[in-house]
Ligand binder design. Structure first.
Ligand code: NI
Length: 553
């Protein structure tokens, strides 16, 4: 058995280390996933005014700022039983949903695509043929003219002639696992560049209601502060205009590109490459009319899609058996005498990430879980988006539980959100039209309960996010976060149950162990955010709300 260490995994947020053991056929037999960055925002939050929780928690991550900002404020609102006015909820949803689109597009093109696109091979492409391929996956392909592809090719040639590929340097170019044709490479690469503009524009949309992004400022306990923006038709129009543009890109570039990738790698999908344990978790949410949510809540075990159980938050436990915590203390023990990092062993601790479990099981959350659970629970709005994709690509629903399938679920979800986000805008406009302009629930902070606790659960781009707060004498005394990547990148438990990242790597064959491209593909397909994932255990409290923190090592 040979061990390969990849540290750090690049093109993600934060520091992730992967160790894999391969047999004589270069097939992965065991994997250890490790969060290498100690955080500690919970310590900083202690003794602060609960109304500041959002601005402090927003600093957990530089990417997921809005998600933590909102979840922190919501957990404080839950603690004080403060209900939001309708407009406050809708504007928060608009910011969150725009963030889904930003995150998903950036993930696919800028964080993951180069695992599949060989930049150097695109130089051999025939621009005319590239344009033809564009028509294969979309009726109105995005920026698909012959001349456009000539321009992209020239740009690339200039990079190569100058002897530097700029942001495209350091790839495993020429690796045998790259399967796309020269033309397919050029087509996807051209959308890589277009997606940079998408990223800028959608950030502007979030900033319309957020004041700025990243780190929006407009959510306060009880409501939102972007009242003037909400009441200004020009600002609403700006938001709508950007979202229409975003939908255009998603429908004509992102979704067709993922279909292209799915078709090119269908043999790997059918072979189940990148399948994790099949335990899925979603808390649902995003109500767009009186009765319906964008996503359903539920739990699936072991790919048993016919039986979706109801989500029950009391079944969540956090374990630290393999994490660098020991009861109440931090116990970082993995340095050799010379200061280098020890490689992980079965019985060791090897990560700053804890292992949350649901009913004793390691779970996977994220777009794949949301899409599967919503579809299987009969959400009739998401159904046509899923059916269209799997029919066109000749897949079964279970095929989505793979490396490429996770990307498919993310693209399906983006197409779905970019269509239904307009229902949220319509609801807002209807409210305002009928003189409901409330944006804040009035309360006197000094008169609120002094000692209380609260929690908030949200679906955010990478999966289930939960925040828990305990307040004593109007100060935060305990704070705890379980982020989506905490679920997915969890280290093993004492029984040897692997986290989703680890399980998805087992059985993967490496073409060339010195260039472990296949490992990157699997891990990137989850969209890791390690800055989000690492959260310390509370030093004093072993229990927060109904949540038991299991501390035995
Ligand atoms: Ni994050």
């Amino acid at each position: 058995m040979k061990k390969i260490v990849i540290d750090p995994i690049t093109r993600i947020e934060g520091h992730l280390r992967a160790e894999v053991e391969i047999d004589e056929n270069n097939i992965i037999q065991e994997a250890y996933i490790s969060g290498q960055l100690f955080r500690g925002i919970e310590i900083i939050m202690k003794n602060h005014d609960p109304r500041d929780a959002g601005l402090l928690a927003g600093r957990i991550c530089g990417v997921c700022t809005n998600s933590h900002f909102r979840a922190a404020i919501s957990s404080v609102e839950d603690a004080y039983s403060i209900n939001l006015p309708k407009n406050g909820e809708i504007i928060r949803d608009l910011m969150s949903l725009a963030l889904f689109l930003q995150d998903h597009v950036v993930h696919f093109y800028h964080l993951h695509l180069l695992d599949f696109v060989d930049v150097t091979k695109a130089l051999e492409a025939d621009p005319k043929l590239t344009s033809k391929i564009g028509h294969k996956y979309s009726l109105r392909p995005y920026a698909n003219s012959h001349a456009h592809y000539i321009g992209i090719k020239e740009k690339l040639q200039k990079f190569v002639k100058a002897g530097k590929l700029g942001l495209f340097s350091n790839g495993y170019w020429g690796h045998k696992a790259y399967k796309l044709t020269a033309e397919e490479n050029l087509l996807l690469l051209s959308h890589y560049l277009e997606a940079l503009k998408f990223q800028t524009n959608i950030s502007r949309a979030i900033a319309i209601f957020g004041g700025k992004t990243p780190h929006p400022q407009s959510i306060v306990v009880g409501g939102i502060t972007s009242v003037a923006d909400m009441l200004n038709p020009q600002r609403l129009n700006d938001f709508i205009f950007i979202l229409k543009d975003a939908k255009d890109f998603i429908d004509r570039a992102y979704l067709p590109d993922v279909k292209l990738l799915t078709c090119a790698y269908k043999d790997e999908i059918k072979a189940g490459l990148g399948k994790a344990n099949g335990n899925f978790l979603s808390v649902g949410g995003y109500q767009f009319d009186e009765e319906n949510n964008l996503f359903e809540e539920g739990v699936i075990y072991g790919h048993d899609f016919e039986n979706v159980e109801v989500f029950d938050e009391s079944k969540i436990r956090e374990n630290i058996e393999r994490a660098w915590y020991d009861g109440d203390n931090i116990c970082y023990t993995d340095l050799n005498e010379d200061g280098t990092l020890k490689t992980a062993h079965k019985d060791d601790k090897y990560s700053w990430i804890k292992s949350p479990k649901y009913d004793g099981k390691m779970m996977e959350c994220g777009p794949l879980a949301r899409v599967l659970i919503s579809y299987q629970r009969g959400n009739r709005f998401i159904k046509p988006f899923v059916d269209e994709f799997i029919t066109e690509c000749e897949l079964e629903l279970t095929d989505l539980s793979t490396t490429i399938g996770r990307n498919a679920a993310r693209a399906i979800e983006s197409a779905y959100i970019s269509e239904y986000i307009f229902k949220f805008i319509n609801r807002l406009v209807e409210n305002i039209k009928y003189y409901d302009i409330d944006t804040w629930s009035r309360y006197q902070f000094e008169e609120l309960t002094k000692d209380t606790k609260g929690r908030a659960f949200f679906e955010v781009p990478r999966g289930v996010l939960s925040h828990f707060v305990k307040i004593e004498e109007q100060k935060i005394t305990h704070y705890q976060v379980i982020a989506p990547t905490t679920w997915n990148a969890a280290p093993k438990d004492l029984q040897g149950q692997r986290g989703a990242y680890e399980e998805a790597l087992i059985g993967i064959k490496l073409e060339d162990p010195s260039k472990p491209l296949e490992v990157l593909r699997v891990l990137h397909s989850f969209d890791p955010c390690i800055a989000c994932a690492v959260h310390i255990i509370d030093a004093r409290g072993k229990e927060l709300g109904e949540y038991k923190i299991h501390t035995s090592c």
